[in-house]
Every structure is written in structure tokens, then in C-alpha cells.
Design a protein around this ligand. Sequence first.
Ligand code: NAP
Length: 288
Amino acid sequence: MTAQLIDGNALSKQLRAQVATDTAQLKAQGLTPGLAVVLVGDNQASQVYVRNKVKACEDAGLHSVLEKYDATMTEAQLLARVAALNNDDSIHGILVQLPLPAHIDAHKVIEAISPAKDVDGFHIASAGALMTGMPGFWPCTPYGCMKMLESIGYNLKGKHAVVIGRSNIVGKPMALMLLQQNATVTICHSATPDLKAMTLQADVIVAAVGKRNVLTADMVKPGAVVLDVGMNRNDEGKLCGDVDFEGVKEVAGHITPVPGGVGPMTITMLLVNTLESAQRALSESQRA
Ligand code: NAP
């Protein structure tokens, strides 16, 4: 069996075109959705990520501001910038790129972002909203995974989903989103004694670990949907996921590649969240 690919680039293109259309409509009503991206320090990977985010905004017609600061910026200075952006009506989404330099408490900074502008979905209020099924912003990576399942018309009701990884930004919110769609969810982590016994029961597997070959063909039920969130480097230095793609694609029903799978969806969902934030701001101003 050869799995069908879930193409994150193609789906992103489609969703970003819709964001561009909706953005043009908002602009016609006098509101341009705006995203502020704040980068502190000179982490090489972060520089690439923020550039890609800003470019994606520009391509879709959103207003974007990239604020770059030296690694010596103090926590108080960063908190002051976040406060200013909270009060800036041209900004609907605030993203502080992680990791931050060690002398800055990332948690404190994230909690300083207004939940109404928390388009990364990392604020405790956003996490609480997801947990209780209330409106709020969903973290972009697991949200992108949900869109990928939606794109293949997958009905999660009654299905068993296994999430490998329990981080606050991927694994846990992923599990909650799957649960909300009526899947039965198992969360696995580094202390799970027999990962294979769990994954073999799964109709859907989401691998979000950060280690190559965490999921191999012998661990997958024939026909299962496999979403690979991992971003690793192989021996040749090429980007690869957590899943042994060559082996698993012979067993799975659907599979996401790396690169070109979940990765592009993360930025796409950031645009979707920023647009939604702007739409909410417009509705509120029309009600006022
Ligand atoms: P993380 O915070 O390091 O979490 C990794 C999780 O994997 C932890 O819960 C850990 O368990 C679990 N784990 C480690 N070894 C394991 C094993 N052998 N078996 C089962 N579980 C194991 O990482 P993250 O931020 O969630 O990111 C995960 C991966 O996704 C990374 O490769 C990251 O680069 C990638 N990522 C990609 C995107 C994207 O846009 N494509 C976005 C975000 C992250 P414990 O909790 O017990 O330690």
C-alpha cells in the first residue's frame, strides 16, 4: 500500500489565497489586519522563522511589523514593548519569537500579551479557552494539523488518535483539538513504556517529538493517518521529521511529508488567526 500524501504546501496555498481575499474585504471596510513580530537576539533559526512569517503576511496583504532587538534588551523593556503593541489599534496579532535570551522570563512575556492579540495561542487564557471549548486562538501547529485532517474529509468521531509528545505548544493542544472532534485520544511521551502498543491501535497518529524515526512502519496500523510535526536533520543534514517516511508510507493511508507538510501550515494558521483577530476587532468596533 502507498499512502496518499497530505500536501501542506498545496493546502497552505489554498488557505492563504482565502486569507488574501478576506483581507482585501476587510481593507475595503477600512481595516487592515496587522501582525507584530518581535525578535530578541540573533538566534539564526529564529531569524529565518520571523522573515518567513513577515513575508507570508505581506504576500497575503496583511500589514506586518518586524521589531528586532539586541540580545541585551531587558525583560522590562520587552514588557513595555508588548504593552505598547497591546494598545496599538493597527496591530491585531502579537508574536514574540521564542526562544528568548535566558535573562528574560518567556512565560512572563507571553502572559503580558493581550489574549485578544495572542495569535500564537500560547497565553494561558488561550490554553484555557481551548480546554473549555470557548472562543480563543488555537496554537498554529496543531491547528494546522486539524486543517490537514479536514482537507481529506476525515471524520474523527469514534476514531482513536495517538499523539506522541505532550508539549504545551504542540502535543497537549493537539490532543484537546482531537478530543473536541470526538476522537478517543491517547497521549504518549518519554515515559510511555510501550509506544508501539499504543500506536498500533491508532487510526490517527501525530508525531511531535523532535527525534528521527520515532515512528516506524511496524508501529502503524494499515490505513492509519500519520501527521509528522517533527523537524530534525538526517545524516546528510537534510530536514526530516519524526516518522520513517519511506517505511511508513507503505503502511499508512495518508501521510504528511517533511518538508512540505505541517511546517508551511503553521505559518498559514498564524495568518488565519491574525485575520480572525482583525475580524473580531471590526465586529466589536461596529457594536460599540
Ligand atoms: P518538546 O517540547 O521537546 O516536546 C517533545 C515531546 O516528545 C515531549 O513531550 C517528550 O516527552 C516527548 N518525547 C521525547 N522522546 C520521546 C520518545 N522516545 N517517545 C515518546 N515521546 C517522546 O518539542 P515540541 O516543541 O513539542 O516540538 C516537537 C517537534 O516538532 C520538534 O521537532 C519541533 O522542532 C517540531 N515542531 C515543528 C513545528 C512545525 O511548524 N512543523 C512547530 C513546532 C514544533 P516528555 O514530556 O516526557 O519529555
